[in-house]
Design a protein around this ligand. Structure first.
Ligand SMILES: Nc1ncnc2c1ncn2[C@@H]1O[C@H](COP(=O)(O)OP(=O)(O)OP(=O)(O)O)[C@@H](O)[C@H]1O
Length: 567
């Protein structure tokens, strides 16, 4: 059996001809205005919510886009199987033009209304495609070039499309390659996380090809029955007997198979808890941190960004150096620069008598953790960029640069890409901080196994080894939307465990749990009640500290005071 990398038998001209014929058949006129249908903001949010897992996989594959296309005038899009753009990110200089050309979220790029175009044609043909300038059916789209790769589920169902679009003259062949790699990476993640999968079978034409995004990946049950496969593997399935292979192969050993190589690995069985944070995520972050690569952590409040930074520091080569954590949102506005960069004696009215080294110098030989980096005002962003580029700090009131050796980890619960697009965050600083981006998964998206493992760990930490959950409690907890993520789960388990006297937690020990109905609101309550409850929850969690609560709720202190007054 010979294995090949993905190849495409058809000439693009045949594909293009078919697509143009379909466009004609839809009654489209090339010279007509090409305005895509657009979802209303509410419908768009609903679609994004429905496809949130796929969107989280796009985010996980994002380093590929950042690695290959960073700084290029192009945009990355993810569209659902209907051609509706659910995510649009990338070069912001391109974005005004992109908006005009309707490359924004909510726009639908189906062939039926937009004629031949990369998203619509990749969906119709179910294969990857580049549509360059004048190959677009509608003349209005001739100024752009786009490359798109479809994303398939482990059972071969079309889920959506990854697309990279640029101005016509700025497109290059590696944009299709990047879109393909991202799509394959997403497909492999979907195969690996198949529920009930016990074995992952990886096949390639040589050892070097194993565990690459383009290698074949198959998820099997304990008894060898097939659960799912990526697109490479599906080409081979008719001639493959996975159960027979399973009996021949030994776990973790490279084994020649046909003309290629096979590798069988065991995925933790459904009942066995897996590590709470996938070790690969920690491992990759740690490796890069040790090489001085800046890390950018993104995730909703309470997802564990701070927790992860502390773990990374302890395991890093800088464990003996300091970990200086700075909450950029909590720094007093007029003192931000003095606090970060330090100041000399008498540098400004009210400055410290002996001067201050500042947080950055305090992190010398250690790690500087800039939490809520999105809160940093633009002037401080400019100064920080210079410090990161030159690895020297110039304290306020001083002209002498001071060399400083530190690694930087930044975190934000705000979407920095959106901030870059609206001009509130410097793009060059974003790229400088984003050596490697790790997005922490919201608790509501945890797999059952990960959720169980985390719950067990938190219960042990809070109440010791004897605590138990009565039957059905785990189902209840796993079904919750957890807007406060791990922080909120921790609080619920803490309360329940105390009420249960550290033994078995029954339903009546649980405090009120949040539930959602189909509209995304808490069931049985109006939005006002939900908001009030959330405010109370957060205030309680912050021991009544208004500034901290406002920060976690992502509203200003004035708004929080106003809301509390209204009650
Ligand atoms: N992997 C984990 N294992 C156990 N506990 C965790 C884990 N991650 C987070 N926690 C706990 O969850 C709570 C919230 O975590 P953390 O403060 O790290 O979140 P965060 O994302 O930094 O939140 P914020 O954005 O609001 O600052 C803490 O009590 C922390 O101890």
């Amino acid at each position: 059996m010979t294995m090949q990398y993905l190849t495409f038998n058809e000439q693009p001209t045949a594909l293009l001809t078919r697509s143009w014929q379909r466009s004609q058949g839809f009654g489209l006129q090339p010279h007509f205005q090409a305005d895509p249908d657009c979802l209303s903001p509410a419908d768009l949010r609903q679609q994004q919510q429905r496809h949130r897992h796929l969107l989280s996989l796009v985010q996980k594959a994002m380093p590929l886009f950042e690695q290959w296309q960073q700084g290029r005038d192009c945009r990355l899009l993810f569209a659902d199987a209907d051609g509706t753009i659910l995510l649009s990110t990338g070069d912001s200089r391109f974005s005004t033009r992109a908006r005009r050309l309707a490359l924004a979220t909510g726009a639908r790029w189906h062939e039926q209304t937009m004629g031949t175009n990369a998203i619509g044609t990749a969906l119709s043909e179910q294969q990857e495609v580049s549509i360059l300038g004048e190959q677009h059916y509608m003349q209005a789209n001739h100024s752009i070039s786009c490359s798109a790769s479809p994303v398939f589920s482990p059972t071969g169902e079309l889920l959506g499309v990854i697309d990279i679009s640029s101005e016509a003259g700025k497109h290059s062949g590696d944009m299709l390659m990047t879109a393909r790699l991202m799509a394959l990476t997403m497909e492999n993640a979907l195969v690996s996380e198949q529920q009930d999968a016990c074995w992952l079978l990886n096949l390639a034409n040589d050892a070097a090809g194993l565990q690459q995004p383009w290698s074949a990946l198959i998820a099997l049950r304990e008894d060898g029955r097939l659960l799912g496969a990526n697109r490479r593997a599906r080409q081979w399935l008719p001639r493959l007997d996975p159960a027979a292979l399973l009996s021949q192969l030994r776990q973790g050993e490279l084994t020649p198979w046909g003309d290629g190589m096979a590798l069988l690995s065991r995925r933790s069985s459904p009942g066995r808890p897996r590590p709470v944070t996938p070790p690969s995520a920690d491992h990759a972050a740690l490796k890069l941190l040790n090489h001085g690569v800046p890390l950018l952590l993104q995730g909703e409040t309470g997802t564990g960004k701070d927790h992860l930074v502390r773990r990374l520091h302890q395991q890093s080569q800088r464990a003996k150096g300091p970990l200086i954590a700075v909450n950029c949102g909590a720094l007093p506005t007029d003192l931000i620069e003095a606090e970060l960069f330090g100041h000399t004696a008498g540098a400004f009215t009210g400055s410290h008598k002996e001067g201050r080294p500042g947080y950055i110098r305090a992190a010398h030989q250690g790690i500087l953790f800039l939490d809520e980096i999105g809160e940093l005002p633009l002037p401080a962003q400019t100064r920080l960029l210079r410090v990161l580029q030159e690895k020297t700090v110039v304290p306020l009131g001083c002209h002498q640069p001071v060399p400083v050796d530190f690694c930087v980890i930044a975190a934000s619960h705000k979407n920095l890409e959106v901030m870059v697009a609206d001009g509130s965050f410097r793009e060059d600083l974003y790229f400088r901080l984003n050596g490697y981006k790790h997005t922490l998964t919201p608790l509501r998206e945890y797999t059952r196994a990960d959720f169980e493992a985390l719950t067990a760990q938190l219960l042990r930490e809070l109440h010791g080894p004897d605590i138990r959950l009565a039957e059905g409690i785990m189902d209840k907890l796993h079904a919750c939307p957890w807007p406060g993520n791990i922080r909120q789960l921790r609080q619920v388990l803490e309360v329940a465990g105390i009420l249960a006297d550290g033994r078995q937690i029954e339903t009546h020990h649980l405090p009120e749990l949040p539930v959602v109905n189909v509209t995304g609101q808490t069931a049985g309550q109006d939005l006002k009640t939900t908001t009030e409850q959330r405010i109370q929850q957060v205030l309680k969690a912050c021991n009544g500290n208004i500034s901290e609560a406002a920060r976690q709720l992502n509203i200003s202190r004035t708004t929080l005071y106003a809301r509390l007054k209204k009650r």
